[in-house]
Ligand binder design. Structure first.
Ligand SMILES: [Zn+2]
Length: 142
């Protein structure tokens, strides 16, 4: 599949915190091994108990749209011919309190509704600088 916002759109810079999210091809969320709290985005320390003992766990890859907007103004020149598009906040099943932000790619910009169930799908891209294969999560209505 080509990328929702275009194959030329910016790619994430991969670091220790986001590598699981952008390369695993699964929805992997950081959990604290001390208090079992889920947190997203990942941090060095648990925001609940301040433990440094963290691990990534695979969750179902499904979620619920909590909020959505139709974007009509291109906030970056590479988006000039992509508007309108949607951006949704998605609560992740199996990771209480964790919300991801993404695009619901099989719905029109104004068709995404709060409460819509979605599942993750992954856009493939290759970082031209590092050659790393990326699997960037997006969402489709189910
Ligand atoms: Zn904790």
């Amino acid at each position: 599949m080509s990328r929702y916002l275009g194959d030329d759109f910016l790619l994430p810079v991969i670091d220790q915190h986001n590598k699981e999210w952008f390369t695993s091809g699964e929805i992997r969320v950081q959990f604290c091994k001390t208090c079992d709290a889920a947190q997203f985005p990942p941090e060095d320390v648990c925001i609940q108990c301040l433990s440094y003992d963290q691990e990534f766990r695979t969750v179902s890859g499904e979620g619920t749209v909590e909020s959505a907007v139709e974007v009509n103004f291109p906030v970056h020149p590479l988006l000039a011919d992509k508007v309108p598009y949607n951006v949704a906040v998605i609560s992740l099943d199996g990771a209480p309190g964790c919300n991801a932000i993404g695009n619901v790619v099989n719905k029109g910009p104004a068709e995404v509704e709060i409460g819509q169930r979605v599942r993750a799908i992954f856009e493939e891209a290759t970082d031209p600088t590092t050659g790393d294969k990326l699997l960037i999560p997006n969402w489709e209505a189910i």
